[in-house]
Design a binder for this molecule. Structure first.
Ligand code: PAF
Length: 271
């Protein structure tokens, strides 16, 4: 595996590759990332993974500092997966140039996580836009666990007529049903149990919960999730996949989106 810490060297190596598959990550790789890599392998032999904990998408310095990092283990995992290219930039390499493409932030960025993490999606689109300009991949692999992020990146790509194709990848769950996330590493045993109970409750009652959410009977649901052990709930909403906005009445395809805290660990999911 070739490791690049500098975009100039990276560009020199990859600029002739036509079917480059790009998997952006913030490291601390888990089975969820591996499933993105597996999807990438279906499209191309030339896979580039990036590991960069992007400071601009954290709205709290404490959260940025506490974000788990495990670069040596990550490199071993990627080598085992036969990844050809790893881009490991520092802040300067990413932020010391002015991208040609402007950031496009659809108004959906103000909903859900956007309401509770001001600046977060602007930070995400900023870094992804830079990656796309440096790497110019044919494919971009993104997890559906961060569905709002995926939709906003897709909208940015469409608006700016960027040629990269977004490939959405299914959320991977632990055998107890929790959506895999690097942040899960920061949960203790008790909190993992609570997360399992919450996930179980949401999955088992999905239809009923959606009906209640759109009838504005949210209080009951929130009370139940607190009873299960959540420390704080940022939101729980029924969202239409198609229209990408919070809906007031039943539409055909609705999903539950939730963000809540266990101790100081913020978890999100959609189902
Ligand atoms: O989903 C993530 O890990 C990050 O938001 C991303 C897409 C790598 C941008 O920093």
């Amino acid at each position: 595996m070739k490791i690049f810490k500098n975009k100039k060297n990276l560009i020199k190596h990859i600029s002739q590759i036509k079917n480059l598959a790009f998997v952006p990550t913030m490291g601390t790789l888990h089975r969820g990332h591996i499933s993105l890599i597996k999807e990438a392998k279906k499209k191309s032999k030339n896979i580039l993974v990036s590991i960069f904990v992007n400071p601009k998408q954290f709205n709290s310095k404490k959260d940025y500092k506490k974000y788990p990092r495990n670069i040596n283990k990550d490199i071993k995992i990627l080598e085992k997966e036969n990844i050809k290219f790893l881009y490991l930039p520092d802040n300067k390499d990413i932020y010391s140039f002015k991208p040609v493409t402007p950031i496009y932030l659809h108004k959906f960025s103000k909903e859900l996580c956007g309401k509770f993490r001001p600046g977060h999606f602007k930070g995400v689109i900023n870094v992804v836009n830079r990656f796309l300009e440096i790497i110019k991949p044919k494919y971009l692999f993104l997890g559906e666990k961060d569905l709002q992020q995926l939709i906003l990146i897709q909208m940015h790509i469409i608006k700016n007529k960027i040629k990269t194709i977004v490939v959405p990848c299914k959320t991977l769950r632990s055998n107890t049903g929790i959506a895999l996330s690097s942040r899960n590493l920061r949960l203790n045993r008790k909190d993992l149990k609570i997360a399992t109970k919450i996930s179980y409750f949401l999955h088992n009652n999905k239809k009923k919960l959606i009906k209640k959410l759109i009838k504005n009977q949210k209080k009951e649901i929130i009370k139940k999730i607190y009873l299960l052990g959540a420390k704080k709930i940022d939101y729980i909403e029924a969202v239409s996949f198609k229209k990408f906005k919070i809906v007031k009445r039943i539409k055909n395809k609705l999903n539950i989106f939730i963000a809540y805290y266990l101790n100081d660990v913020r978890l999100i999911d959609n189902l």
